[in-house]
Design a protein around this ligand. Structure first.
Ligand code: ADP
Ligand code: MG
Length: 196
C-alpha cells in the first residue's frame, strides 16, 4: 500500500536547518494496522502529513499503491488524497457551523460527489451515533466528536486511514472506545490504518 524510502524532512528556523526525519524507510501492507510510537517532537505528525500528501519531503520517496507521491503536483496530490486517504486529526477539526451529518459528507461534497444516505446512516450506526445527524459539534462530548471525525474520514472509503493521536485528548474510557472502533473497522472492512 505504501513504500517509503530514505525519507528526510528538514524545517527551516531562521537560518538554522532543523532535521526532523533523517531517512525513514517504511513499508505498509494492505490491511495492516500500524502504530507509530515516539516521544513528543520526534516527528510523528510530520511523517503522517507526508504519508497523507499534506506536505512534501526534503528528499526521499513515498509510493502509494505504486504511484510516486513526491513527483506529483500539489493539485494531483489533492486529488489522490481525496480519493485514497482518510485523515483523523488530533483535535477532531469538525466544522462548528455544520451538523454531524453535514460534517461527515463534507469530504464527498468537496470532491463534487453526492453522499449515499444509507452509507452515512451505516457509518453513524458503526460509531454508535445513530440519531445524532442533526446535532452540532458543540452539542457532543469529545469522544463523540472524535467518532464523527472517524466517520468523516471513512465516508469516501479511503484505501488508508491516517489517524494522528486520535485518542490524545480523551479520558481513559473514551480512549479505549476509540481504539475499539478503529480495531473494528480494521477487522470488518479490512481497513488499512496508520495510527500515531
Ligand atoms: P510529534 O508529532 O512527534 O510530536 P512533530 O512532527 O509535530 O512531532 O514535530 C517534530 C519536530 O519538528 C518538532 O521539533 C517541531 O518543533 C518541528 N516542527 C514541526 N512542524 C514544524 C514547522 N512547520 N516548522 C518548523 N518546525 C516544525
Ligand atoms: Mg504530533
Amino acid at each position: 500500500m505504501i513504500e517509503v524510502a530514505g525519507l528526510k524532512k528538514d524545517y527551516k528556523s531562521g537560518k538554522e536547518v532543523v532535521p526532523v526525519l533523517k531517512g525513514v524507510d517504511l513499508s505498509i501492507e494492505e490491511g495492516e494496522f500500524v502504530c507509530i510510537i515516539g516521544p513528543s517532537g520526534s516527528g510523528k505528525t510530520t511523517l503522517l502529513h507526508l504519508l497523507g500528501g499534506l506536505d512534501t519531503p526534503s528528499s526521499g520517496t513515498i509510493k502509494m499503491k505504486g504511484t510516486e507521491l513526491t513527483s506529483k503536483s500539489e493539485k494531483e496530490r489533492t486529488i489522490l488524497r481525496r480519493k485514497e486517504i482518510g485523515f483523523v486529526f488530533q483535535n477532531y477539526q469538525l466544522l462548528p457551523t455544520l451538523t454531524v451529518y453535514e460534517n461527515i459528507v463534507f469530504p464527498l461534497h468537496a470532491d463534487g460527489k453526492k453522499a449515499s444516505h444509507d452509507e452515512v446512516q451505516m457509518l453513524l450506526d458503526a460509531v454508535d451515533l445513530k440519531g445524532y445527524d442533526h446535532r452540532f459539534p458543540y452539542e457532543l462530548s469529545g469522544g463523540q466528536q472524535q467518532r464523527v471525525a472517524i466517520a468523516r474520514a471513512l465516508i469516501h472509503k479511503p484505501s488508508i486511514l491516517l489517524a494522528d493521536e486520535p485518542t490524545g485528548n480523551l479520558d481513559r474510557q473514551r480512549r479505549g472506545d476509540i481504539l475499539e472502533w478503529l480495531a473494528k473497522f480494521h477487522a470488518e472492512r479490512e481497513q488499512t490504518i496508520v495510527m500515531v
